[in-house]
Design a protein around this ligand. Structure first.
Ligand SMILES: [Zn+2]
Length: 292
């Protein structure tokens, strides 16, 4: 599925084609009954559901996926996923609510599922030259009435520098403080051990040199020594500023994941919807909720 919204609308104008799409992903590698492991099936009750010929268990394409018990009609849920991943800045639950005529809370809940599917698979850590920096985001910038500094969130950001020019992928994570202990899990999840990591001279990074032998610390000079990182953080902050409601630590991480899911695929937009949909089918919502 590419980026063409007319083609998308023509293909997914009703639930039927969405069930077909989900069923194709779900049973891509063949069907096995969840109850008795039998591989023979016939058509079930719901569209594109499969019924085991041995035990009679009927499984719908949505069961066990993030579309299970979805309060939004399936084709509208598909459109929401499409818009959230293909629009450059995504869409807020308020915008989704007015565009698709669904309750804002329903959109908000569904978007949370989409955001969880946007979480990094952790399969492709950053490599080559990787710049790391931390910054405060949110708080009074996005809370017009609140003045509490406590609402600002400390975020660590890693950004790949390409060998000749430009930048590659990036990740960001909310952390409790700028200590070595807080940085470490982020490094381990998102940065290859042999990467040429560049940070400023903050001592919190120094102990990481043990596991990241190529880590270099150079003076920040107010961000001037790391212009690409500076721009990345400015853009991220600008986008986050558009989120007007207060959000919990988990939800805030969801926004960081959403931003970077799109950012890291800005050159692969043709497959972005399929990638996301695949995850929404394959990732059990239960598993994701317990991770957060
Ligand atoms: Zn069975």
């Amino acid at each position: 599925m590419g980026l063409n919204s007319i083609k998308f609308t023509l293909r997914f104008y009703q639930d039927e084609s969405c069930y077909k799409y989900l069923s194709d992903i779900k049973w891509e590698n063949g069907y096995t009954c969840k109850k008795c492991s039998n591989s023979g099936f016939c058509s079930g009750v719901k569209p594109h559901s499969r019924r085991c010929v041995k035990c009679g268990y009927d499984e719908s394409p949505t069961s066990g996926t993030m579309f299970d018990k979805c309060k939004i009609p399936l084709h509208i849920a598909f459109h929401i996923v499409f818009r959230v991943c293909t629009k450059k800045k995504g869409m807020s639950s308020l915008e989704l609510s007015s565009e698709f005529e669904q309750r804002q809370m329903t959109c908000w809940e569904f978007k949370w599922k989409v955001q969880q599917a946007m979480k990094s698979s952790l399969k492709y850590p950053l490599f080559g030259e990787v710049h790391v920096d931390e910054c405060y985001i949110g708080g009074e910038e996005s809370q017009k009435q609140g003045r509490s500094k406590g609402k600002k969130k400390l975020v660590v950001v890693a950004l790949e520098k390409l060998p000749f020019e430009g930048v590659g992928r990036a990740y960001a994570q909310i952390i409790t403080d700028a200590s070595n202990v807080s940085f470490r899990p982020f490094f381990e999840e998102h940065i290859s051990k042999d990467a040429n990591v560049v940070t400023d001279e903050w001592p919190g990074y120094t102990p990481l040199k043990k596991d990241y032998p190529n880590l270099k610390q150079i003076p920040s000079n107010n961000g001037k020594n790391h212009p690409d990182m500076h721009i990345h953080i400015m853009n991220l902050k600008g986008w986050i500023r558009g989120i007007h409601h207060h959000c919990s630590k988990e939800r805030f991480q969801g926004y960081l994941d959403e931003y970077h899911f799109r950012y890291n695929r800005r050159n692969n937009m043709d497959t972005i919807f399929d990638t996301l949909l695949n995850r929404m089918v394959m990732y059990s919502p239960k598993r994701l909720y317990t991770v957060i």
